[in-house]
Write a protein that binds this ligand. Structure first.
Ligand code: NAI
Length: 332
């Protein structure tokens, strides 16, 4: 049997945490042959709720779950972790702009970066879920110089899965029949869900859908604004779909994307591919093998797409500058 992997979930007492813990403990993330030790971090006001989550995880008697560590101290929770899923932070509430969320979150990510850098396994793989996800990941990269930049990523797989689902629903296909959509850029409403290289039932999406006005209009805004639509419907932000997509992200990163060359979207540190500013955490189409992601190269980009890809990069550059200002103000 395999040695247990230590998986950190921050914000574990929150609503995504509540959905994510059983998925990870049940083998949805690393496979049904991979024992898991969960490291659950939250903050003091959530301490009792965190203990409740631990009680339920024990009660669920997961065969793969070999241990549970709970803590409100990042230095303790980060010890020896192999995978870190960073969900902790302040969620966007109805009426809140992403920029309001920024100030609250970047200082958390600066502090947790140093805890991870000091205590996690040297080749820890980090997935940032908490918003602003790309910029939190960027701050984490800057404040954890000991972690290789390619081991730091953010979640845009939920947006990717939303795009697959919208196309599948439109065509009356099952979601697995739709492949190779792309989410470019920021996990925000400026993201660009690109179907130009995607297929449905093995044929180009545009050919099968036969409705460019929908693909260039309502489809885009539905995917871009799905988070807000869920908040409106549930009164709470997406949780089970975020947790499930986080499992998809890590699973494909660690165990590899399909051998047919189909790809997924991941927020990763840009190397300048497709004219994006190097160093930003930007969502790209990637394939994964041997625990490493690679940006899919050579896709033809039309002018309209290039504009949208630049707009979301511009927003990320602005967020980066704002994050640096927030941190400077917090340090002053
Ligand atoms: P939640 O408010 O239910 O849970 C957040 C948890 O984080 C709470 O238990 C809170 O006590 C904890 N927390 C706060 N500060 C912390 C710290 N310094 N260290 C550790 N834990 C801390 O929020 P929810 O709904 O679980 O969402 C979590 C985050 O995920 C939010 O930022 C949300 O915007 C983001 N999100 C991202 C998505 C994506 O696709 N990237 C999709 C959906 C949500």
């Amino acid at each position: 049997t395999k040695e247990a992997k230590h998986v950190l979930i921050t914000g574990a007492a929150g609503q995504i945490g509540y959905a994510l813990c059983p998925m990870v403990a049940g083998g949805r993330m690393l496979g049904l042959d991979q024992p898991i030790i969960l490291h659950l971090l939250d903050i003091e006001p959530a301490k009792q709720a965190l203990e409740g989550v631990k009680m339920e995880l024990l009660d669920a008697a997961f065969p793969l779950l070999k241990g549970i560590i709970t803590s409100v101290d990042a230095d303790i929770a980060c010890k020896d972790v192999d995978i870190a899923i960073m969900v902790g932070g302040f969620p966007r509430k109805a009426g809140m702009e992403r920029k309001d969320v920024m100030t609250k979150n970047v200082t958390i990510y600066r502090d947790q970066a140093s805890a991870l850098g000091k205590h996690a396994s040297k080749d820890v793989k980090v997935l940032v879920v908490a918003n602003p996800a790309n910029t939190n990941a960027l701050i984490l990269k800057e404040y954890a110089p000991g972690i290789a930049p390619e081991n730091i990523s953010c979640l845009t797989r939920l947006d990717h899965n939303r795009a697959l689902a919208q196309v599948a629903e439109r065509l009356g296909l099952h979601v697995v029949e739709v492949k190779n959509v792309i989410i470019w850029g920021n996990h925000s409403s400026t993201q660009y869900p690109d179907v130009n290289h995607g297929t449905a039932g093995g044929k180009p999406i545009r050919e099968v859908v036969k409705d460019d006005a929908w693909l260039d209009g309502e489809f885009l805004t539905t995917v871009q604004q799905r988070g807000a639509a869920i908040i409106k419907a549930r009164g709470l932000s997406s949780a089970l779909s975020a947790a499930s997509s986080a499992c998809d992200h890590v699973r494909d990163w660690v165990l590899g994307t399909p051998s047919d060359g189909s790809w997924v979207s991941m927020g990763v540190v840009s190397d300048g591919s497709y004219g994006t500013p190097a160093g930003l955490v930007y969502s790209f189409p990637v394939t994964c093998a041997d625990g490493k992601w690679k940006i899919v190269q050579g896709l033809a980009i039309d002018e309209r797409s290039a504009e949208k890809m630049k707009a979301t990069a511009d927003e990320l550059a602005e967020e980066r500058d704002l994050a640096h200002e927030c941190i400077a103000a917090a340090n002053a």
